[in-house]
Design a protein around this ligand. Structure first.
Ligand SMILES: C[S@@+](CC[C@H](N)C(=O)[O-])C[C@H]1O[C@@H](n2cnc3c(N)ncnc32)[C@H](O)[C@@H]1O
Length: 277
């Protein structure tokens, strides 16, 4: 539960300042009705810095003397929710349709590359790594790239360490036994899985042309936070990183109506896949 421990309403000019701050730093649009979100997410920062209110925090932010604080505020306002095998139907589509196709197409090079864009704490990238190992690709060269805006998330993802509550979400028990080891009260992914994934801090709004080419890109549950221009630019960049025929998977609540000229929409069972033209 997020706490609400502030003793002053956010002044309208400070609310607008915070909206603009978050938008300029990370691209996220927070609408006019997100007072609760600002209050609950920024309360711990206000407290940590010995300030009295979010209005005081805005005074410090406006002075632009503390880059770490700037970053801390932006990170607090991003949503990092993720879990293993989120949207299992998509992993099933990869297993049953994409992997058999790639095994055939890439049988000479035996080299596959994947990208989890906005990877948060890493469960998406590691779920894919385990799926690949479970499907007879051990002898192939496979690289999974995980990227996120947040240094804190990237650091956590690199550690491959998850709490009990996190491995209880979405991860089949057999995979926990097979690919994790105990690490105190937590669980750590095996070196074999961790070696397949590389995490970097990357802002999706920057040019990404040099990252590819990829066979599959996950860009899930992040586009919903951006304005339309930002979404369009990011989609263009992602398209440039995909092999022709490569797959883009978006989050369940995300559609890509403006993508028609670059991607073909393909239905795989109940899953919508965007195939790079
Ligand atoms: C809700 S999580 C999605 C995690 C995972 N893709 C999933 O679907 O489970 C959204 C992530 O997007 C990241 N993010 C937000 N804005 C970003 C940006 N401009 N560039 C890169 N990552 C960003 C956040 O730091 C956060 O970790």
């Amino acid at each position: 539960m997020e706490s609400r421990t502030l003793n002053a309403e956010i002044l309208p000019e400070n609310y607008r300042f915070l909206q603009e701050h978050v938008h300029s730093q990370v691209g996220i649009v927070l609408e006019d009705n997100k007072h609760y979100l600002f209050e609950s997410r920024l309360a711990p920062i206000v407290k940590q810095h010995g300030l009295r209110s979010i209005n005081d925090l805005c005074v410090v932010l406006r002075a632009k003397r503390d880059i770490d604080l700037d970053h801390q505020v932006v990170e607090a306002m991003t949503t990092n929710e993720t879990y293993f095998f989120r949207d299992p139907a998509q992993y099933e589509a990869i297993r049953t349709v994409l992997l058999p196709r790639l095994k055939e197409e890439k049988r000479d090079t035996r080299n596959l590359r994947f990208w989890s864009a906005a990877s948060s704490t890493g469960q998406e990238a590691y779920s894919l790594a385990m799926l690949l190992l479970e499907n007879g690709l051990q002898e192939w060269t496979m690289q999974i790239f995980g990227t996120d805006f947040s240094d804190k998330m990237v650091e956590r993802a690199r550690s491959g360490i998850y709490q009990q509550i996190e491995v209880n979400r979405g991860l089949p028990a057999a995979m926990l036994v097979k690919y994790f080891r105990r690490c105190g009260l937590d669980w750590q992914l095996s070196d074999a899985v961790r070696r397949m994934v590389r995490f970097e801090t990357i802002d999706l709004r920057k040019s990404m042309r040099t990252l590819g080419p990829f066979d599959l890109v996950f860009c899930r549950n992040v586009m919903i936070y951006f304005d339309n221009d930002t979404k369009r630019n990011i989609m263009k960049e992602i398209h440039s990183t995909l092999f022709r025929g490569g797959w883009l998977l978006l989050g369940g609540a995300e559609t890509a109506t403006s993508l028609e000229e670059r991607f073909e929409r393909l239905a795989v069972g109940n899953v919508t896949v965007y195939v790079a033209r």
